[in-house]
Design a protein around this ligand. Structure first.
Ligand SMILES: *Cc1c(COP(=O)(O)O)cnc(C)c1O
Length: 360
């Protein structure tokens, strides 16, 4: 068996130990005689899987009992609607900070359900940075302030949690959740699709401050209503059981790695090594302001785009795959989430330098 270094932005690589454990438990989950996929979500086995996953996630992120943790479906994209539907409503203003493609999608969807207002945007500099907090046009009466903590396509990341005063802070954390410690108490709502840094596609994590449940209107569809999901322990209908199980294996793996402080240290080293190589070369370049660069998604272009296809095919020959940039950006993108080991980034940097020497 050969495992490649998979730089996919999502669905993304999972820790090999997680996959091995899932394989070992596939046919007979801990003496139950069946796979987790085949077991009732209300049975003893799955109840324990669900509870352990939640308590490990709470431990990793330091989530207090002031917050409910939900394991939902529909992706981060459904949360683009759910957040304004639950927390704002048609008459209310919600502020959005737009730093790339996902932020644009979030505000476009929100505009159908509330008065969505651009509080700040870096569109005029081609989304190459996080706009200075001092220049944001935020309303102290807004229902919430929304931002995207890591723009997966453009490779722009917030390295601090922005001030929002008494306005609940809402964040799409899909592509950098669990990559370093965060202070959950700063947020009203955190949401994240699982397929970047947690587990398989099909699971969405929602972390919501409980006092905000009072805002959820009964008239919402049940499947969109945080209050309904919270009251039912995310089991108001059949949850994505297998994805929830794999997420739980990843949380346990993260604890074994030393938790989020240890992950942050490795993630910083990986990103520094890759950006260092890009910046030191005259052949590769990254357009993002250094202070806003993502530690998770590193887009870069070759000085000669005619070499893109050769770069990709020679990289694949070395077991370095899924490096093609997003279709809206072109060039390359290396996604280096928690499951990408330092050795994978080192192998990529080595390949890049050899490619430049041969073809640059
Ligand atoms: C991938 C991604 C999304 C979309 O997630 P889906 O689960 O496909 O809905 C939204 N926001 C960010 C930041 C992402 O990386």
């Amino acid at each position: 068996m050969t495992r490649v270094y998979n730089f996919s932005a999502g669905p993304a690589a999972l820790p090999v130990e997680v996959l091995q454990q899932a394989r070992d438990e596939m046919l007979d989950y801990r003496g139950s005689g069946m796979s987790v996929m085949e077991t009732s979500h209300r049975g003893r086995e799955f109840s324990e899987i669900a509870e352990t996953a939640e308590s490990d996630l709470r431990e990793l992120l330091g989530i207090t009992e002031d917050y409910t943790v939900l394991f939902l479906q529909g992706g981060a994209t459904l949360q683009f609607a759910a957040a304004p539907l639950n927390l704002a409503g048609p008459e209310a203003r919600a502020d959005y900070v737009v730093t790339g493609s996902w932020g644009k999608k979030a505000i476009a969807e929100a505009g159908k359900h509330c008065e969505a207002h651009v509080a700040a945007s870096s569109a005029d500099t081609a989304f190459d940075r996080v706009p200075e907090r001092a220049g944001w046009d935020t309303d102290p009466g807004a229902a919430f302030l929304h931002y995207t903590s890591n723009e997966t396509i453009g490779g722009v990341e917030f390295h601090d949690v922005p001030e929002s005063g008494d306005v609940p802070l809402v964040v799409d954390m899909s592509s950098n959740i669990l990559s370093r410690p965060i202070d959950v108490s700063r947020f009203g709502l955190i949401y994240a699709g699982a397929q970047k840094n947690i587990g398989p596609a099909g699971l969405t994590i929602v972390i919501l401050r409980r006092d905000l449940l009072a805002r959820c209107r009964d008239s919402l569809p049940n499947m969109l209503n945080y209050s309904v999901h919270a009251a039912a322990g995310s089991m108001s209908n059949t949850p994505p059981t297998y994805a929830w199980y794999i997420a739980g294996l990843t949380f346990a793996w993260l604890k074994r790695q030393g938790g989020l402080a240890a992950m942050a240290e490795v993630n910083d080293r990986k990103a520094a090594h890759l950006y260092g190589a890009v910046d030191a070369s005259g052949f590769y370049s990254n357009p993002v302001e250094p202070a806003s660069r993502s530690r998770m998604n590193v887009p870069f272009v070759l000085a000669n785009p005619e070499l893109d296809a050769t770069f990709l095919s020679e990289a694949a020959d070395e077991g370095l795959v899924t490096l093609k940039g997003h279709r809206s950006v072109g060039g390359m993108r290396a996604s280096i989430y928690n499951a990408m080991p330092y050795e994978g980034v080192a192998a990529l940097v080595q390949f890049m330098s050899e490619f430049e020497r041969r073809r640059g």
